[in-house]
Ligand binder design. Structure first.
Ligand SMILES: NC(=O)c1ccc[n+]([C@@H]2O[C@H](COP(=O)([O-])OP(=O)(O)OC[C@H]3O[C@@H](n4cnc5c(N)ncnc54)[C@H](OP(=O)(O)O)[C@@H]3O)[C@@H](O)[C@H]2O)c1
Length: 299
């Protein structure tokens, strides 16, 4: 049985949905059911669910708010993973911990490798980098899976914001000088379920991996794709205007280059990610056809 923390997030809900469709035993606990920074809550969850594999999909993900809520970001992204890793070490369980492109500063020319040194430029990025370190330090049998630009039919994300704006605005201004790979939480869930049995069986597969969709775009390219696909259903096509990061100031700095090199993951686990356009098109169509369908799968 796979035990997931952060069950009501984008990834947590997709893990529940994909596991159910594959007949895989998985239990996802919401933040209210188990806070990962609470030792007693984590111990009780282990005792109740008796997992053989643990996934940490929980995180403090409010990137801009984190700049002024440093303690909250550290609790969710550093102390929480440390508590989980300790509990897994005590119980002899492997942990798959999800991390982010925001551990890098984005100044690299080309895609980031797993061996590149983290150099975060935001509170969120620093807290996630510290969480990775806590997991590495505490638990040998772990996988740290870094991903980027996550969206889903569930929760709040860029794709859903663009659909909402496209329904009401004639112009949407979107940053066109940050590069990355929009990645469906569903594809991350598929990837996690694919690798979990081999990681559980073979400790030598542990370590840090990058997993995103294939191909690279900008937030502007991502938005244009969403608007075009939605327009074929709704007949509304606002202009998507490219702007520079400096024209859209935010409390937290974002990496200009978020590209993650995923070749190690592909080579090790023999799973090739879909191109970002394929999954974006599918999610956009699903939401544009049925905007109210994305109710929570986790109660
Ligand atoms: N979203 C992205 O673009 C992105 C990009 C790269 C990497 N990632 C990483 O991918 C993973 C999944 O992200 P996501 O997009 O699914 O995030 P999400 O939708 O924000 O979900 C995170 C979940 O974690 C829960 N949570 C927060 N603090 C917790 C705690 N202390 N204990 C237990 N649960 C807690 C949240 O519950 P509440 O809402 O109730 O607090 C929320 O349900 C995270 O590790 C994130 O850092 C995300």
């Amino acid at each position: 049985m796979i035990l997931v923390f952060g069950g009501n997030g984008q990834l947590g809900q997709e893990l529940t949905r994909v596991a159910a469709s594959r007949g895989r035993a998985l239990r996802a606990l919401t933040h209210a059911q188990a806070d990962i920074s609470d030792r007693a809550a984590v111990a009780a969850a282990f005792a109740r669910c008796r997992p053989d594999f643990v996934v940490n999909a929980a995180a403090y993900t409010k990137v801009d708010l984190a700049e002024s809520a440093i303690a909250d970001a550290r609790l969710g992204n550093e102390s929480g993973p440390a508590v989980l890793a300790e509990a897994c070490a005590g119980a002899g369980l492997p942990l798959l911990h999800v991390s982010t492109d925001y551990v890098f500063d984005g100044s690299k020319d080309g895609a980031y490798l797993e061996t590149d040194l983290p150099c975060p430029i935001s509170v969120y990025g620093r807290s996630k980098a510290a969480g990775e370190e806590a997991v590495r330090r505490t638990l040998a049998h772990h996988v740290i899976l870094r991903t980027a630009w996550v969206y889903s039919e569930f929760g709040n994300n860029f794709l859903k914001t663009m659909l909402r704006l496209a329904a009401t605005r004639d112009e949407i201004r979107v940053v066109a000088d940050q590069y990355g790979s929009p990645t469906s939480a569903r594809d991350i869930a598929e990837a996690i379920l694919h690798i979990a049995p081999s990681v559980a069986r073979d400790r030598s597969l542990g370590g840090t991996y990058h997993f995103t969709a294939d191909g690279v775009t900008t937030w502007h390219g991502f938005a244009s794709r969403i608007v075009n696909v939605a327009a074929s259903i709704t007949a509304r096509r606002p202009n998507v205007t490219p702007i520079r990061t400096v024209e859209y100031p935010t409390p937290a700095k974002r990496p200009a280059n978020s590209q993650l090199d995923c070749r190690l993951f592909v080579r090790t686990f023999r799973l090739v990610p879909r191109h970002w356009t394929e999954a974006v098109d599918a999610t956009t169509r699903a939401l544009a056809n049925s905007p109210h369908q994305a109710e929570s799968h986790v109660t």
